[in-house]
Write a protein that binds this ligand. Structure first.
Ligand code: FMN
Length: 135
């Protein structure tokens, strides 16, 4: 049994989905795609990892709606955020900070589409994130 859930929304490129599934496999976490469901029983999880793309400067509306609908429950849990985006470097970091502030999730990382990939085809930055999540 796992204490970690990865809850994500992905758009056409499926970058977030691929990254979410990779992180979940590495951490032994459960995944939930907000495309299919909005009500998720989070009782058994102490750590929630949220994944979203950024389109036109904004996170997925499905993610925003999910967070707004679950503020009370999430306030009792450890929450982390990963973002898949095209911006890298300072621009990516600034965008990540803006989105992390708007979503109220300070523990945020971003994985630029063009970042170096590991053998699974996922950003190598995700491996550093996984290592940190394992603590
Ligand atoms: C219409 C559109 C708008 C986008 N706008 C942004 C943006 O404002 N900032 C950014 O960093 N990336 C932007 N991107 C890139 C996506 O965030 C990036 O490709 C991400 O990995 C998509 O994840 P997904 O394939 O799971 O949807 C945009 C992509 C599209 C198609």
């Amino acid at each position: 049994m796992t204490d970690t859930a990865i809850i994500y929304a992905s758009s056409v490129g499926k970058h977030v989905m691929k990254t979410a599934k990779y992180i979940a496999a590495e951490l032994g976490a459960d995944t939930f795609n907000l495309k299919d469901l909005m009500r998720i029983n989070m009782d058994e999880y102490s750590h929630i990892i949220i994944g979203t793309p950024i389109n036109f400067g904004k996170p997925s509306k499905k993610v925003v709606d999910f967070l707004n609908a679950n503020r009370e429950i999430l306030a009792k849990k450890k929450v982390s955020l990963f973002i898949c985006c095209m911006y890298s470097g300072d621009k990516g970091a600034a965008q990540c900070e803006t989105v992390s502030n708007s979503l109220g999730i300070p523990d945020a990382v971003f994985f630029p589409d063009k970042s170096e990939k590991n053998e699974a085809g996922v950003s190598k930055d995700a491996d550093a994130f996984i290592a940190r999540m394992r603590g």
